[in-house]
Design a protein around this ligand. Sequence first.
Ligand SMILES: NC(=O)C1=CN([C@@H]2O[C@H](COP(=O)(O)OP(=O)(O)OC[C@H]3O[C@@H](n4cnc5c(N)ncnc54)[C@H](O)[C@@H]3O)[C@@H](O)[C@H]2O)C=CC1
Ligand SMILES: O=C(CO)COP(=O)(O)O
Length: 307
Amino acid sequence: MQETTISILGAGAWGASLANLAVANGHRVRVWSRRGTKTLATVLQDADIVLSAISMKGVREVASQIQSLTLSPETIFVTATKGLEPETIYTPSQIWQSCFPNNPVVVLSGPNLSKEIDQFLPAATVVASRVATAAATVQLAFSSSRFRVYTNPDPVGVELGGTLKNVIAIASGVCDGLRLGTNAKAALVTRGLTEMVRIGNVWGANRETFYGLSGLGDLLATCNSPLSRNYQVGYQLASGETLRQILAKLPGTAEGVNTCQVLVQLARQQNIVIPITEQVYRLLEGEVTPQQALDELMLRDIKPEYN
Ligand SMILES: NC(=O)C1=CN([C@@H]2O[C@H](COP(=O)(O)OP(=O)(O)OC[C@H]3O[C@@H](n4cnc5c(N)ncnc54)[C@H](O)[C@@H]3O)[C@@H](O)[C@H]2O)C=CC1
Ligand SMILES: O=C(CO)COP(=O)(O)O
């Protein structure tokens, strides 16, 4: 495999896992963390690939800092963040592309719980870009016998799959925490996917993308695993803890909490029907109990499955 220089931004759980995958493939890997001693200029020098695994709240700030550096237009930006910017409703790839209009931007997203990847368990993911050659370069750089990487031409669809499922993962945690059973969980996840497709329409995402690894695949992983921080938020809410208590002890970032707020704001402006997300929002805001949220969902007006 051709040796590539890969700069990873963010040394949290996901940044560290992706750095390990790149090192294992024999690349030159440099990691930047806001708490580290290395400057962005040092870490990004001569990078072929700059991969961001920064939490949503830090993406704009770091992208703006990098704008003052001189980078080759061939440097590929890869974003692995799963969130939405509240002020602009931009996805992370839209932020990177707006800051670096002349560079290719690739989204990396899939059912990738970092703890499992750190245990060398096999996983698959998707790299998506409007620049097919850039996606192919990233595919080659990260593919291995334990990490199977597919390409996709719909970056925003791939990115939204990973972002929107976090809200449904919170709901799934509540479902399991309340011991509602397998039928309820199947209904929740399936109707959650319907909401994801509806929201994806706003961005012009390809519906089919949501039925792939980055949509349904990530939805299944996150809604069924106690390793998911978003699932944990829901599970612990069901046991009566407050959001503040849960977030205070949560290891790492649960992006679904902020994503949910952004989505409800968007849905109310644009009349998008997303009842599960709406109930997760009310639960996070302390406006309803888990049981009340369930009752509200079950007693909505009856309707056809598709419309
Ligand atoms: N952990 C996982 O299994 C996966 C996480 N992701 C996504 O990757 C992103 C990061 O997740 P984790 O690594 O798990 O979170 P984490 O909480 O472990 O790490 C977050 C990283 O972002 C950095 N950061 C936060 N705010 C910053 C700012 N203002 N400026 C600079 N850096 C800042 C932190 O210093 C840290 O390095 C999230 O969007 C998450 O949804 C995606 C796939 C898998
Ligand atoms: O996105 C993830 C797995 O694909 C990680 O999920 P959590 O952020 O909920 O831990």
